[in-house]
Structure formats: structure tokens, C-alpha cells
Design a binder for this molecule. Structure first.
Ligand SMILES: [Zn+2]
Length: 224
């Protein structure tokens, strides 16, 4: 699954990939315990979400919850994640987004706590993320206000930091969004270390524009 892979997943493939990605999120230390949550758009336009407070490693397809774009639960015997609005709002406001992830990755959260954007100083980062990862304004966890604020930052970019909380990332499908979250976390760690060593030198503006343009073109069909 790559940046420009537009092959749509079936309903069953979407659910299976979402479950695998939620478990990978724990295995790769993007979250601890039952924290974090993921969602994906189904072919019928509804969304499948991870459930609230359930062990990822014993989670099965039956535990996933389907909601419509108003957040009403359509299918599933569990409660959806407490951050349901966060995922639904991003999917509803951005039709090109196919999957979302919220996690508490360690280095990204260090940037979120200090309200420091993660700068796009590596070309690969521009191509996959679309530029600096900015910090969304602080809003209380689980609220509509948080959902609206966070959704306003994604689309032209693949992620935003949630002030005093963590990371929110978007992609075309769950595997894509896992790759983006992992790349951001790796880059946050690299920037943190690089700042210990010395001054991080920005990429030339023209290069930033060119490479972040590739991201926007891949997602929206426009370089702007
Ligand atoms: Zn959280």
C-alpha cells in the first residue's frame, strides 16, 4: 500500500486491515495499554471504528463498531471509541481521507506537550505528510470541539499534533495511516536528537513547496 495506491479495499478487507493496524499500533509502541483509536471508511460510506477500552491483542473483528457519518452506531455489540467524534468528523469533512488514527506516540507527544510543530526538514517527510505537523489548539478529549479543531488541520496535510495529548494522522487506508504515524514518530525522535546535536537546518523553501506539493497532488489532485 503506497501513497498513490488508489485500489479500494472491500468491506471485509477494510475491517481486517483496521484490526491489524490497531494491533500494530500497540506492538510498535505508538500507544500503551488500550489508549489510542483508529477508524476507516467502508465502501458504503459508513465508518468502522475500534471499540472503547478493549485489549488490542485479543480484539477480534466482532469487536469493531460501525457508525454513520453522524456518529450513530449501526452495527457492533461494543461502545465505539470515546474519540468517535474525532474520527467521524475528519472522515466527514474530508472525502478523500479513507482512514484515521489517534495515538500517544512518545516523541510526537513531547512535541504536543511543548506545542512545538514537527518541522518538515526531510524530503520524504514532505512527500508523505505534506509539510510541518502543526499543533491544533487544546480542546478537552472526547469533545466535538476537539474533533472540529483537529479536522480543520488535516486534508492538505496527513497529521496534526493534539496539544497536551498526542497525534492524529490520516491516510487512504489503515496501512497507509500506520505508515504515516510511524514516519512522524520516527521523525519526531530524529528532530529531538538533532536539536541536541546542533541547529536543525531547514530545507530550501522551493524544495519544501515541491515535495509537499507531491503530497497534495496525491491526495487531492492539486499541487496547491
Ligand atoms: Zn488520546
Amino acid at each position: 500500500m503506497g501513497l498513490f495506491d488508489k485500489e479500494p479495499l472491500t468491506d471485509a478487507e477494510t475491517r481486517e486491515q483496521l484490526l491489524w493496524v490497531a494491533q500494530e499500533m500497540l506492538r510498535t509502541n505508538l500507544v500503551e495499554g488500550t489508549a489510542g483509536n483508529c477508524a476507516a471508511r467502508l465502501p458504503d460510506g459508513n465508518a468502522v471504528l475500534t471499540p472503547s477500552s478493549l485489549d488490542y491483542l485479543t480484539m477480534t473483528l466482532d469487536d469493531l463498531v460501525v457508525c454513520d457519518m453522524e456518529g450513530n452506531v449501526l452495527d457492533g455489540h461494543r461502545s465505539p471509541t470515546s474519540e468517535k467524534a474525532l474520527h467521524i468528523t475528519a472522515l466527514r469533512d474530508h472525502p478523500e481521507i479513507g482512514a484515521t488514527m489517534h495515538c500517544h506516540a512518545k516523541f510526537s507527544t513531547m512535541f504536543a506537550l511543548t506545542r512545538t510543530p514537527i518541522p518538515a526538514v526531510i524530503e520524504e517527510f514532505d512527500v508523505f505528510v505534506g509539510g510541518d505537523v502543526d499543533v491544533a489548539e487544546y480542546k478537552t478529549t472526547g469533545t466535538e470541539e476537539l474533533a472540529v479543531e483537529v479536522a480543520s488541520h488535516v486534508g492538505k496535510k496527513a497529521a496534526v499534533l493534539m496539544a497536551n495529548h498526542g497525534l492524529f494522522a490520516v491516510g487512504t487506508n489503515p496501512k497507509d495511516v500506520l505508515h504515516i504515524a510511524a514516519l512522524i514518530e520516527r521523525t519526531a525522535e530524529i528532530i529531538w536528537g538533532a536539536r541536541v546535536l546542533g541547529t536543525v537546518v531547514p530545507l530550501p523553501d522551493a524544495v519544501n513547496q515541491q515535495f509537499s506539493g507531491y503530497y497534495r497532488y496525491g491526495r487531492t489532485g492539486s499541487f496547491d
